[in-house]
Design a binder for this molecule. Structure first.
Ligand SMILES: Nc1ncnc2c1ncn2[C@@H]1O[C@H](COP(=O)(O)OP(=O)(O)OP(=O)(O)O)[C@@H](O)[C@H]1O
Length: 254
């Protein structure tokens, strides 16, 4: 569902993402992790066709992210870390608007179910500008779900959510994946990544430091009690961590 080969992104002469390759199957949930400035958002924005890769082949939901970027946007949803909303629309109007733009059958019924799922029913008629940070985040995620995207890119979606909100989000991500959606989820909350993700893509200074299953990363550091401990152990090691069964190219395997 997602196949990335040799992604590089330069901002002027600054190399933000360098030779990133990975593949994800339908229904997988990939945690995108790494320190601030590692290139996570840049990678997502390239996948979403919002910025153009300097080099590399990016096939996402059957579309070339550069050549088919309009069709790609029909099949994909991207929720940035600070989602922009329409100041003049209410919560319900956001969902109806997105549902109609994407020509969703029964968008009104789906909107009601999403409001219920994300505990926003009491705010249905509230203006976007009156929402709390967490409510804005929930609304943006509900808008992403309303058109059943084949690929879902969530950039730090837990930001601002309360514990029940995080639980609802993680459950909803699993539901999306069970329906066949491929999800990439960037977060610094490694416990959450470990709980929900099947794969991990770890970036450091724009390069892949690890790509593979959570279990493989843990088994690489058997002394680590959690993904977080494995993450810090890998931070202290040198070289690229990867495993042949998940590697996309010989270059990514030590
Ligand atoms: N528009 C831009 N112009 C120039 N440099 C940029 C631009 N966007 C990002 N960068 C740089 O590219 C690098 C990667 O940024 P990116 O936002 O992808 O990191 P990130 O892993 O998402 O970080 P964080 O965890 O802080 O959100 C950083 O050094 C950043 O300063």
């Amino acid at each position: 569902m997602i196949e990335v080969r040799g992604l590089r992104k330069l901002y002027d002469d600054y190399l933000a993402v360098d030779d990133v390759s990975f593949t994800l199957d339908r229904g997988s949930i990939c945690g995108l992790v790494g320190p601030n400035g590692a290139g996570k958002t840049t990678t997502m924005r390239c996948l979403a066709g919002l910025i153009q890769a300097t080099e590399g082949d990016l096939m996402v939901a059957g579309c070339d992210a550069v050549r088919d970027s309009i069709e790609l946007k029909r099949r994909l949803a991207y929720v940035p870390d600070d989602p922009p909303l329409f100041d003049d629309l209410s919560v319900l109007q956001h969902l109806h608007f997105i549902g109609r733009v994407y020509r969703v059958d029964d968008y009104a019924g789906k909107a009601d179910r999403l409001l219920d799922q994300f505990h926003l029913t009491s705010k249905a008629n509230a203006g976007a500008t009156t929402l709390s940070r967490g409510m804005r985040q929930k609304l943006a995620i509900a808008c992403a779900y309303i058109h059943d995207p084949q690929v879902l890119l969530l950039d730090e979606p837990m930001t601002g959510l309360d514990p029940p909100g995080i639980r609802t989000l993680l459950d909803s991500i699993r539901e999306q994946a069970q329906r066949g959606t491929t999800v990439i989820l960037s977060s610094h909350l490694l416990g959450m990544i470990e709980e929900v993700c099947t794969e991990v893509l770890m970036l450091g200074a724009g390069r892949v430091r690890y790509f593979g299953s959570v279990e493989n990363l843990r088994s690489r550091y058997p002394e680590a009690a959690s993904l977080e401990a494995a993450y810090f152990a890998s931070e202290n090691s040198t070289g690229i961590l990867s495993f042949p069964e998940h590697a996309c190219s010989a270059e990514t395997v030590l």
